[in-house]
Design a protein around this ligand. Structure first.
Ligand code: TRP
Length: 334
């Protein structure tokens, strides 16, 4: 640890539009960490190129992801927000950790198996060693806590193993990070198939509500949400659709399930779906307004990126120098 505050680190790829599941279960809650922790949130553009990207889209989504972090409540004065490729220490430590990560370990990563099945014509080395770069992201900052979705749990465990291995060989170098598995999407299900999780990559746009969807789109998607043949607005195992809508409603309003059920007692499904849609759209409207404002001010976003990169590098370089010294790399003054 470089100062008295413990460190939180998380990253998000500048790909795909985040959903209300990401918002309710993760990002919205991240701002609470900043009193107690030094928080780093990075836009993982280097991870993004493990699958083919259109350059102009990648650039645009990098700005968008940063703007979205801020619009969702992460104050750049209280959190270090930065872009991964702006801090070359990530690539440097990533390579070093490649040499301390085993082929067998990487071969067991389920995300690698999934992604290589989906990108059979581009199973590149970066896709394979992706978890070592992610470990570098985390370990550079002596991170204690890593808020991630459950899909990243295996990568985090590998990161802990890599850190432990390095420490064992070279002596105490890295803090071993703990995962903080966010409830991201845990209870937020697809609007079209409420037995499966709402996924940002769902091919059916009606199934997912995105943080930046327009009010009209949000309401339309909720109106079309799949429910069941009954007519009572109560939660229950055989009422997955209604349960999901109630969950979304309570998480946006802070009401309890009982309060929500009482409120909609005797009302029809149509009215209920509209109310959930409106509540969701209204809650997201300030986020979207802030996002639009930020996207119209590239210079501001670039200033945040520059400050973030400077602050991140200041801390990352200490770990990197320590690692290089331990490895036996020579040091020169320039
Ligand atoms: N791999 C993560 C994802 O795809 C993003 C990420 C990159 C990340 N570096 C990280 C998450 C470090 C947590 C910590 O979602």
């Amino acid at each position: 640890m470089f100062n008295d505050k413990k460190v939180v680190f998380s990253g998000v790829q500048p790909s795909g539009n985040l959903t209300i599941g990401n918002y309710l279960g993760a990002i919205r809650n991240f701002s609470a960490f900043s009193d107690e922790y030094h928080c780093y949130y990075c836009v993982a553009d280097m991870h993004a190129i493990t699958v083919r990207q259109v350059p102009a889209d990648l650039r645009k989504r990098t700005y968008e992801t940063l703007a979205l972090y801020i619009a969702c409540g992460l104050d750049p004065q209280k959190n270090t927000l930065f872009v991964q490729s702006h801090v070359p220490a990530h690539a440097e430590l990533g390579w070093i950790l490649d040499c301390y990560t085993m082929f067998g370990e990487l071969s067991r990563m389920t995300q690698f198996k999934d992604k290589s099945a989906k990108n059979a014509d581009n199973i590149n080395a970066g896709l394979f060693t992706y978890p070592s770069l992610m470990a570098a992201d985390i370990l550079l900052y002596q991170t204690e806590l890593v808020p991630v979705g459950v899909d990243q749990k295996q990568h985090l465990e590998l990161c802990r193993d890599i850190a432990g291995r390095f420490n064992q060989i070279y002596g105490e170098t890295f803090v071993i990070p703990e995962g903080y598995i966010t409830k991201e999407g845990a209870k937020i299900m697809s609007l079209q198939d409420p037995t499966k999780k709402m996924s940002k990559s769902d091919s059916n746009e009606n199934a997912v509500v995105r943080i930046l969807d327009s009010k009209d789109d949000i309401i339309r998607k909720f109106k079309r949400a799949v429910t069941d043949s009954g007519n009572e607005i109560v939660h229950g195992e055989d009422k997955e659709g209604i349960t999901n809508l109630l969950n979304i409603y309570t998480r946006f309003t802070g009401k309890t399930l009982e309060e929500a059920e009482k409120e909609f007692d005797g009302k029809g499904y149509g009215e209920f779906k509209l109310a959930v849609g409106e509540t969701c759209a209204d809650a997201l409207s300030p986020v979207k307004a802030e996002f639009d404002k930020l996207m119209a001010d590239k210079a501001y976003l670039e200033a945040i990126m520059a400050d973030g990169a400077t602050e991140a590098y200041k801390n990352a370089r200490r770990t990197l120098s320590k690692v290089k010294r331990k490895l036996g790399f020579t040091d020169i003054k320039r």
